[in-house]
Unconditional design. Structure first.
Length: 481
């Protein structure tokens, strides 16, 4: 089944495999879940995960500081190869995992978060920490101390493009960005710029000196759902001169930037925002534009906080996950008539159990799995998704797709308590404004009961009516003459 139609051209395909290699699926299953694994070693909500470059091993981290590993592919499933199914990091809270590989083999795993300790007054507080584990012998080879408060994000810019030991970058609730020497665990530089809790730091795969950061300046101990009071503009850094940012990116509005991802060549930056009172957007910054402040463009919106954004299918697709329980896919090859116009959704996925939502994802990074996406969710499951159908043919037109918020109904049901009475209410869907369609979609002509004989009679009657009208017009013209 071809969701683009029989006449679509394959010239803009970005996946490496031919279309014949894709298993035949129904057109309404354009994004297909090919594997679901229950992570038995975890009994608490998964907060972060990392995927090996070959797409075979998934490392997941839970709130209680435990890390488990799963072997994922289409042929077999292997339970965690850690002792007793999990790695005990000793962290009281975990925020992110970062995986390093050498010659296709995972070698190091960085675990970021915090542990709880008592201060001089007897009250407890969080102390930020990053631990580095050798995956060959499962020993901790490095511990990075220095942050006051939780470490919320880590990255190693340009690690895929250098044979040298990487620089570890970390950001935390104390508002500091710290650069570490991973060989000695020493802090080499401290950057103080945002004045608020650092929510995310990200590097560029091919640019070793490029770093981008974003903060929630409303609180030093903020969460993604806190509202921001202050400057929430992301900053772009040249790590050769970390004293001041190279560029200040335009603010996406009165909301925190909760996630960022940079294109491999360092020319585009994509991010998601989080707020309780404002629209939660998926944004794009073009880093090639002139000027000291880079403009921001809104590519789409979610009803609740955006938790992560990833580039997939050789960077032709932008995927975002949100607390509204959706995973949204947008085609970056689509050129809109207006630069401020949002990109239409090409696919939107919800979990069967609407009480759960996706918490993390990673895209395939090799030629073999360039069209695959890996996710973890609050139901303690890891899933593998096939996105390759999205990349074949020309960029999709604005076709009919149901709104993910109201499931195509155009309204959402709720309840309101008035005195002692509970009244059921139907409210117009905020996302589709009552149309029942995904943003940017248009209704397709429904012609399921097409009858060729009836159509032939309709065409004959139309032709006879046109002939009679032409004869009447000729007669009228002759009478006037």
């Amino acid at each position: 089944a071809n969701p683009r139609g029989a006449g679509s051209s394959p010239t803009m395909a970005t996946a490496s495999s031919p279309a014949a290699d894709i298993p035949e699926i129904e057109s309404d299953e354009i994004v297909r879940c090919t594997q679901t694994i229950k992570i038995e070693a975890q009994d608490q909500q998964i907060e972060c995960f990392a995927m090996s470059k070959d797409g075979k091993t998934c490392y997941s981290g839970a709130l209680d500081g435990r890390v488990s590993a799963l072997w994922m592919n289409l042929e077999k499933t292997k339970e965690s190869f850690f002792d007793e199914g999990k790695l005990e990091t000793g962290l009281s809270w975990m925020s992110q995992l970062e995986l390093h590989e050498r010659q296709g083999e995972p070698t190091r795993l960085y675990c970021a978060g915090a542990f709880e300790q008592d201060d001089s007054t007897g009250s407890s507080k969080f102390q930020g920490i990053v631990k580095m584990y050798n995956l060959r012998n499962m020993e901790c080879e490095g511990t990075f101390f220095g942050h006051e408060g939780r470490v919320r994000s880590i990255c190693t810019p340009g690690f895929d493009n250098t044979a040298q030991a990487p620089i570890l970058c970390s950001g935390g609730d104390d508002g500091d960005i710290r650069l570490w020497d991973v060989m000695t665990s020493n802090c080499t530089s401290v950057i103080k710029a945002h004045g608020g809790a650092i929510q995310v730091v990200r590097g560029c795969a091919d640019q070793v000196n490029l770093l981008v950061s974003a903060a929630n300046t409303g609180s030093r101990n903020s969460t993604f759902d806190d509202d921001v009071g202050g400057d929430s503009r992301p900053l772009l850094w040249d790590l050769r001169q970390p004293g001041r940012p190279a560029y200040v990116l335009a603010s996406p509005g009165a909301c925190a930037v909760s996630s960022l991802v940079m294109s491999r060549d360092g020319t585009k930056l994509y991010g998601g925002t989080a707020s309780l009172k404002h629209d939660n957007m998926v944004c794009e910054w073009d880093l090639r534009t002139q000027g000291s402040e880079k403009a921001v463009r809104c590519l789409g919106r979610h009803h609740r906080s955006v938790l992560d954004v990833q580039l997939a299918c050789n960077e032709s697709m932008l995927v975002s996950i949100s607390k509204d329980a959706t995973m949204a896919c947008r085609d970056l090859r689509v050129v809109t008539s207006d630069e401020d116009e949002e990109l239409p959704l090409v696919a939107e996925v919800r979990l069967e159990d609407e009480q759960h939502y996706f918490t993390g994802m990673a895209s395939g990074r090799t030629e073999a799995d360039a069209g695959m996406l890996y996710t973890v969710s609050t139901d303690v499951k890891a899933r593998m998704w096939d996105l390759r159908q999205l990349t074949y043919g020309a960029p999709p037109p604005n076709v009919s797709r149901k709104c993910g918020n109201c499931r195509g109904n155009g309204y959402v049901e709720g309840a309101q308590c008035i005195g002692t009475e509970i009244t059921k209410m139907r409210n117009v869907c905020w996302k589709c404004q009552g149309s029942g369609l995904a943003p940017g979609a248009v209704k397709e002509k429904e012609d399921h009961d097409f009858d060729p004989v009836e159509r032939a009679f309709e065409m004959h009657a139309k032709a006879e009516a046109e002939k009679a009208a032409a004869a009447a017009a000729a007669a009228a013209a002759e009478g006037e003459g």
